[in-house]
Design a protein around this ligand. Structure first.
Ligand SMILES: *Cc1c(COP(=O)(O)O)cnc(C)c1O
Length: 428
């Protein structure tokens, strides 16, 4: 159907032209409008050159066609698109299986990302704690490491939960089993442990943390559930570290989140949150809705949005299979480790992450090497790389992070390392 672009003649009462801040009075033809948009965005970083992002930046043509084809289906409209709803449940089952759970027991939701997933998982912990401990006026707390993603502090802020953050130690910002026991008490709603830190790409020792909490339970009777923030690792560890125990195979792990749009290889806008089973998801999270002629119970915060990312998640499972994901991510991890070795060769960096867990390289530098200047130099070579302050306790330190994604080529890693080397030599 042709869309009229609102010509002067067709408009009954034109508003005063040139009113600042408003939408244009008259439209343009599609090509001209698209050109105007491209012009506005032309100075943004080219996503594949953005070494800062964890998000997927390349898609096969078939995936792009599928995305376009299902862009106009509403994920929330379960009555009209029961097939989409079934794909969500199928993805939840597959992820549950991948994460060591019972595929027929797990429950979960497609979210807009791990941030929404964290809100839901945190709220479920909060409700279940309140049900466990009964009414009282103690302030609930959530235990986490210094390297947690901002979404967990955000959760605590919105729901007035005290964030109990284990201090960072030199060279390590993740939570370790040793600091968990002293932080937990009867007001602890749960422990968040991270599989693949945003800042360093390192896995926290999930199994050791759950064992420490088993000891706490045996000694004090306080049962503290564990949520695993596997935003990155949920799509890496099952393929590359099959012997690592971190998921639902550990009985204390009640819920897990992951970002489909990171190593799940889906376009921006998809995360997952799963609970071990129905009993471990707070009933209060579900809200029954009578909408578009049917009764459904929703377990998401957001409502209408495109079903296309879910379609692509399912497509990816079918397209790549376990072996395809494994070889794609193994290649990225090898490349990340190769990059780390090249940077190590300069003798000027200390490693927070060297690609052994997530395919991420994170470094701090000798005091005479300014990472901000290095990042500026890399920017001139066409690479966007973030430089950031480490969390409190280490915040005098600056770090630089490179996320190796599946669309980075070996020759690009060589070129990138050469650009770093060139800079470090010039500043000796
Ligand atoms: C990226 C990330 C998040 C937030 O995920 P989004 O999908 O961007 O909302 C949460 N936790 C960790 C560990 C992350 O790396």
């Amino acid at each position: 159907m042709p869309v009229p672009s609102g010509t002067k003649e067709g408009s009954a009462r034109p508003r005063p032209s040139g009113s600042p801040g408003g939408i244009p009075e008259y439209g343009a033809d599609p090509a001209a409008a698209a050109a105007a948009v491209r012009l506005r965005l032309r100075d943004d970083t080219e996503p594949v050159r953005n070494l800062a992002t964890f998000l997927t930046t390349s898609f096969e043509p078939e995936a792009q066609r599928l995305h376009n084809a299902y862009l106009n289906r509403n994920l929330a409209d379960r009555e009209q698109y029961p097939g989409v709803d079934e794909l969500v449940r199928e993805c939840v089952r597959m992820l549950g299986h991948l994460w060591g759970g019972d595929p027929n027991g797990v429950v979960g939701s497609a979210t807009t990302g791990s941030s929404e997933a964290a809100m839901m998982a945190g709220l479920s912990l909060l409700h279940r704690w309140a049900e466990r401990t009964g009414p009282g006026n103690r302030r609930p707390n959530l235990v986490m490491g210094a390297g947690v993603h901002a979404c967990w502090r955000n959760f605590c802020r919105h729901w007035e939960v005290e964030p109990r953050v284990a201090p960072a130690r030199p060279g390590c910002i993740g939570l370790d089993a040793g600091s968990v026991a002293e932080l937990c008490d009867e007001s602890t709603i749960g422990v968040v442990t991270v599989l693949g830190g945003t800042l360093d790409g390192r896995y926290e020792p999930v199994r050791e943390i759950t064992e420490e909490l088993d000891r706490v339970a045996a000694e004090s009777g306080i049962e503290v559930p564990v949520h695993v923030d596997a935003a990155g690792g949920g799509f890496i560890a099952p393929f590359l570290d099959p012997d690592l125990a971190w998921g639902f195979d550990l009985p204390r792990v009640v819920s897990i989140n992951a970002s489909g749009h990171k190593y799940g290889q889906v376009p921006p806008g998809l995360g997952w949150v799963l609970w071990r089973d129905r009993d471990h998801r707070s009933r209060r999270l579900g809200f029954p809705v009578n909408y578009l002629g049917s009764n459904h119970t929703y377990h998401e915060f957001s409502f209408s949005r495109s079903a296309a990312p879910v379609v692509l998640q399912y497509y990816n499972f079918v397209r790549y299979g376990f072996a395809g994901y494994r070889s794609m991510h193994a290649r990225s991890r090898i490349l990340a480790q190769d990059l780390a070795a090249r940077l190590r060769g300069t003798g000027r960096f200390h490693f927070l992450g060297d690609g052994r867990d997530l395919p991420v390289v994170a470094v701090t530098a000798e005091p005479d090497l300014k990472l901000a200047q290095l990042a500026a130099h890399l920017g001139e070579c066409g690479w966007s790389v973030p430089v950031y302050q480490l969390p409190p306790d280490l915040d005098e330190l600056t770090a630089m992070r490179v996320v190796v994604r599946s669309d980075l080529r070996p020759d690009e890693v060589v070129a990138f390392a050469a650009a770093v080397d060139e800079f470090t030599r010039s500043t000796k």
